[in-house]
Design a protein around this ligand. Structure first.
Ligand code: XMP
Length: 324
């Protein structure tokens, strides 16, 4: 629309003024809409003087890394460095079950890997990279009192929120926008709908949706179940009615089932679809029974390790959206 074209043009001009004709920038991509739109805007403004960095921590859902690697790059032409750090993250998480400990480890490793990639890029372009792009939105700015490190309040909470790095000047092209405007800008910039309309997803990823230790095998089980739940929600046309739809693997719990001629001893998954305005409060979503039935049947048929599907009917409060 006319307004969105204006926002894009205005922001592109501002970014060009801030970064100048020679400046170079780095942007971390999380897989989410904010960082993708911020990066796409800066790419439009300064072209290949922007380098995007995506840290693959191995805790993403099925297809999400490819969405960034392939679809984001195809849509924007951005220069992207992908760091495959799955092994490093899984080694650091080995033996850890406690939710806060998991978060701390994932946050710590993320900063390590990102800073390593940052240093490599700066070295390649000595003395030139002076800018770091962040997808800070207007509500983030307001929440933290509008200071320079606007995303700091959330940084303990958000893997994408890097500590303030004095080496770089921040570029925050979404600072005046609300989420729905960011999505419209993303559409205007030609980003794929899977990225533009993606539900919120926590920085620590599936690491906090496996109750118990995080292992590669458990991640694969959860990814398979989660992909089915998301596909059926999409097929039912309900994506935009639902705020978030975590699928949680109770990896330390087993329950007896029966399948074919045999007894099974598998794991339960919990479906946690919620509606919400801002994630501060939430209600459990009344998904149609036939959608729930398809999800349950498909998961228990197609994911051999899972023999039971439960639905979480707790509001927030008292329950949080995530289980950890
Ligand atoms: P809860 O579970 O507290 O979640 O109701 C509220 C919103 O925040 C997301 N969430 C996180 N996001 N890092 C993040 O980046 C985290 O550690 C984290 N924990 C929860 C959650 O998905 C929901 O949208």
């Amino acid at each position: 629309t006319w307004t969105m074209v204006n926002i894009v043009e205005e922001q592109v001009e501002r970014i060009q003024q801030q970064i100048g004709p020679e400046g170079r920038a780095i942007c971390g991509l999380s897989g989410g809409v904010d960082s993708a739109v911020a990066a796409a805007l800066v790419q439009r403004a300064i072209g290949d003087r922007l380098t995007c960095v995506y840290v693959d921590h191995g805790l993403m859902r099925h297809g999400e890394t490819e969405q960034i690697e392939r679809d984001f790059v195809a849509a924007t032409g951005a220069d992207l460095v992908v760091v495959d750090a799955e092994k490093q993250f899984l080694e650091a998480l080995a033996g850890v079950s406690e939710p806060e400990a998991k978060r701390k480890i994932i946050g710590r490793e993320f900063i390590r890997v990102f800073e390593g990639a940052e240093a490599d890029i700066v070295e390649r372009e000595p003395g030139k990279v002076g800018f770091l792009v962040q997808g800070t939105l207007y509500p983030d700015v307001v929440e933290s009192g509008g200071g320079a490190g606007a995303s700091n309040i959330k940084s303990h909470h958000n893997v994408g929120g890097l500590p303030e790095d004095l080496q770089f000047e921040l570029v925050e092209p979404l600072r005046t926008l609300f989420k729905d405007e960011v999505r419209l800008v993303g559409e205007q910039l030609g980003l794929p709908p899977e990225i533009v309309w993606r539900h919120p997803f926590p920085g620590p990823g599936l690491g906090i949706r496996i109750i118990g230790e995080v292992t590669r095998e458990r991640l694969d089980i959860l990814r398979a179940a989660d992909a089915i739940a998301r596909a059926e929600l999409t097929a039912a046309g309900l994506d935009r009615d639902i705020w978030q739809f975590p699928v949680v693997l109770l990896a330390d719990v087993r329950s007896v089932g029966v399948q074919g001629d045999g007894r099974t001893y598998g794991h339960p998954v919990v479906l946690r679809p919620v509606t919400s305005e801002d994630a501060m409060t939430a209600d459990w979503a009344r998904l149609p029974y036939d959608v729930l039935e398809r999800i349950s049947t498909r998961i228990t048929n197609e994911v051999p390790e899972v023999n039971r599907v439960a639905v979480d009917i707790t509001s927030k409060p008292p329950g949080t959206i995530e289980w950890e």
